[in-house]
Design a protein around this ligand. Structure first.
Ligand code: TNX
Length: 421
């Protein structure tokens, strides 16, 4: 049943389990959806198998009142460095939903590929989407594909946050349209893994016409409030040009009734207080953003990057932010990550999966699992209720679920895995 006078917030629920029935109550539909995810986790792991299973199954009686700490609980999938098709994205969305996460941030453009159809600039995908890291064939989402992803996500109470990275990380667009380059010449496509070498021509009027068209089309595909404009690692953009550029792009995003999100470097610019800053690398920028009235998404590379190796033996991934074992990923708190930060400043938590080294769904799963449920719990549960020694016991029991769901995962030696269905 749906109830309205309650302190459960937009996503909370109450579940009363008695001898012969379960009653679910929530002020809003999302709460009912999360209650059902909880029931899935209370039932035996074999319910996740793809063929029909027979009961009866028992659940302990009792009452659960449950609601999230943060309203933004996300993961990022980098579909630019390597492209992942609609079916892979849907599978990833299923994982997020199972753990009550509610944002999928899609990193749609970067130096190596432009992955979202823009009807007014068709060469972005026709040419700019035609390869990826290592020289594979790449790919892109048509607007119809993208709508399908947005709908599939919405059915699971997940918001898609689209990212168009600029002014840096923009080589694929510049290779597709000569007029986006200061010298009027397009470079070749790029399939390596360097960064920090590209920048839109911030002084040209056409650059802003282009961005206006892109943001207009993306906004029309985006029912939710946020558009992410990147803004990271623009190492070849002069600082004064960068600041003006972010200011202009913010106006364009706001003009289409959207709120801007950007990586922490954008805190140096003139931010509107509706803009959100994503902390990934620089705590000073995060604090500057808070002084300017912005909220923060907490995604420190050293704690939340799903593309970091677990340890020196991990065959995939990078290690520039260090190794992130399963306990390292869990054992920290967003609000005490930086001195002076409080929960009021924090919109939520996001765990990014960059794909320089990740090429297919099995590899996505191996890097995301078993760390992803830990980030879900950091986003949902207050820090006083979290303890690694207790968490690892609960996580261990998810081995059976991972197997039933055919999720390829890293069997960390720190976790007491229990496999039986
Ligand atoms: C840094 S996070 C980046 C990404 C890379 C990632 C690899 C951020 C804003 N920039 O472009 O893919 O590191 O770990």
């Amino acid at each position: 049943m749906i109830i309205d006078n309650s302190d459960l917030g937009a996503e909370g629920y109450e579940m009363i389990i008695s001898e012969d029935q379960i009653v679910l109550k929530a002020p809003y539909p999302a709460g009912i959806f999360y209650a059902i995810q909880t029931i899935r986790q209370l039932l035996p792991a074999k319910i996740e198998l793809s063929d029909e299973q027979t009961g009866p199954w028992e659940i302990a009686t009792g009452t659960i009142r449950d609601y999230p700490r943060y309203s933004y609980r996300g993961s990022l999938l980098d579909v630019s460095r390597h492209f992942f098709g609609v079916e892979d994205v849907k599978r990833y969305l299923d994982f997020l939903a199972f753990y009550k996460m509610n944002v999928l941030h899609l990193h749609l453009t970067d130096d190596q590929g432009w992955r979202i159809e823009i009807k007014s600039w068709p060469n972005l995908t026709a040419y700019g989407g035609s390869t990826e890291v290592g020289g594979g064939e790449g790919g892109f989402y048509t607007q119809e594909d993208y709508k399908e992803i947005v709908e599939y996500a919405a059915d699971r109470f997940i918001t898609i946050v689209p990212e168009i990275d600029m002014p840096g990380h923009s080589h694929a667009a510049m290779a597709s349209y000569p007029e986006l380059n200061c010298d009027g010449n397009s470079p070749e496509l790029y399939t390596g893994t360097d960064y920090g070498f590209s920048s839109f021509c911030t002084g040209r009027e056409i650059t802003y016409q282009f961005i206006d068209d892109v943001i207009r089309e993306i906004a029309a595909l985006t029912p939710e409030p946020y558009i992410h404009i990147g803004g990271d690692e623009s190492h070849v953009t002069q600082m004064e040009d960068y600041l003006l550029f972010i200011d202009k792009v913010q106006r364009i995003v706001n003009k289409y009734d959207k709120q801007m999100i950007g990586w922490d470097e954008i805190a140096q610019a003139n931010l509107s207080n509706t803009s959100v800053v994503q902390l990934w690398n620089n705590a000073d920028f995060a604090m500057e953003a808070i002084r300017k009235g912005s909220k923060i998404i907490v995604s420190p590379a050293t704690k939340t990057y799903l593309d970091m190796k677990y340890d020196s033996t991990t065959r995939l991934g990078l290690d520039w932010a260090g190794y992130i074992e399963v306990d390292d990923g869990y054992n920290w708190d967003p609000a005490s990550f930086i001195d002076g930060l409080t929960d009021d400043d924090i919109l939520g938590v996001e765990a990014p999966l960059w794909s320089e080294t990740v090429t297919n769904m099995d590899e996505i799963e191996y890097m995301a699992f078993p760390r992803l449920p830990g980030y879900a719990e950091i986003g949902w549960t207050s820090s006083e209720l979290r303890d690694w020694n207790e968490y690892k016991q609960r996580l261990g029991k998810h081995a059976a679920r991972f197997k039933a769901m055919q999720i390829d995962f890293y069997r960390s030696e720190l976790v007491p895995w229990v496999d039986g269905l």
